[in-house]
Design a protein around this ligand. Structure first.
Ligand SMILES: [Mn+2]
Length: 339
């Protein structure tokens, strides 16, 4: 899917050339793709002499702190407002839905140009001046990579750009295991390795440095796994009590839905996460036989065919569970799925 205000690389060149102050941002609880895309663009734009800053609503998850040794990723506070209002160009990366920008949503001044670079379908593309959206791409980092290859005349990328792009790519493709992995993803990886990225080193940082609180929470999640529809569907609840018992916060829940999907025989996994203010976050993952973005869509969410999510407002865990099971019933017991 491409949107009507999608721009070419040449137009992005021009927008960047004309802007001296550029803000880069991503979604709340940013992931490897959001952070990796931001950092790659940041180092490119800084090299061009731009006054460029990365400001996110949420703190950088601990697992990605190795990418932020220079402390260039900032966490939003009202002190940033003045600078943000001055930014001539705002580049929003990997956002999916603009509501996922959190508190920073109302801060774009009318004067600033906004560009959304993403591989999620945009439900609200009109909020941006321009978009560079391609839902065929496995990661936002892949779109940024292609742009940077163009902007830097096909040269090898410096490590400070190649490493974050590699992180973006491996985190969104599950290290080349997910259905979005294509030959271009491997070509991109090869080029990044030729640029000096050490895959084993990066994989260790990302996948073999799990904080103990996450492991404790995972233990509770495994204990509470529930199965239905001949064990093709697995779901689990993460409530505030479990979180506080483990000393975990929302940044620690990344990857659990993917983990549940790895179980033999499971086709779809779902996490029901209790959020503050009586809201529920749903995360869906599919092995590829059934789509899940249509299910997320029923709850006004969205995403990719095999990885999607939604937030249900004013809902408790039990109601959310019943609603999800109802949808799953029509998925597994209804007419056969095209996917
Ligand atoms: Mn992404």
């Amino acid at each position: 899917m491409k949107t009507s205000n999608n721009i070419s690389q040449a137009i992005l060149d021009r927008q960047i050339l004309e802007a001296s102050t550029i803000l880069l941002t991503s979604h709340i609880n940013p992931d490897g793709d959001g952070i990796g895309s931001e950092l790659a663009l940041y180092y490119h734009l800084s090299e061009m002499g731009k006054d460029c800053r990365i400001i996110n609503t949420s703190k950088t998850p601990e697992v990605y702190s190795f990418l932020n040794e220079n402390k260039v990723i900032e966490t939003y506070s009202v002190d940033h407002d003045e600078w943000i209002k001055k930014a001539a160009l705002v580049i929003i990366l990997d956002i999916g839905d603009i509501s996922r920008i959190g508190e920073m949503r109302n801060l774009f001044s009318n004067k600033s140009i906004s560009i959304c670079i993403d591989h999620h379908p945009a439900r609200d593309e009109k909020v941006y001046t321009y978009t560079m959206i391609n839902t065929e791409e496995p990661s936002t980092g892949s779109i940024v990579y292609k742009y940077l290859i163009h902007a830097r005349n096909n040269k090898k990328l410096p490590l400070n750009i190649a490493v974050p792009l590699y992180v973006a790519l491996i985190t969104d493709t599950g290290s080349f295991r997910y259905s979005n992995t294509n030959s271009e993803a491997h070509h991109m990886a090869a080029h990044l390795i030729e640029s000096g990225v050490k895959p084993n080193e990066i994989q260790n940082y990302v996948y073999e440095s799990r904080p103990m609180v996450q492991v404790k929470l995972l233990g509770k999640i495994i204990d509470g796994l529930q199965f239905q529809f001949e064990k093709q569907f697995v779901w689990f609840i993460v409530n505030s009590k479990m979180m506080s018992e483990c000393g975990a916060s929302h940044k620690d829940i990344d990857g659990f839905t993917d983990f549940a999907r790895t179980i033999q025989g499971v086709e779809i996994s779902c996490m029901i996460l209790e959020l503050p203010d009586n809201n529920i976050r749903l995360n869906f993952r599919s092995k590829g036989k059934y789509s899940v973005n249509d299910i997320a869509g029923k709850f006004k969410g969205g995403g990719h065919p095999f990885a999607a999510g939604a937030v249900i407002e004013n809902c408790d865990v039990t109601d959310a569970e019943n609603l999800v099971l109802e949808e799953m019933k029509s998925k597994f017991c209804g007419s056969s799925d095209v996917n």
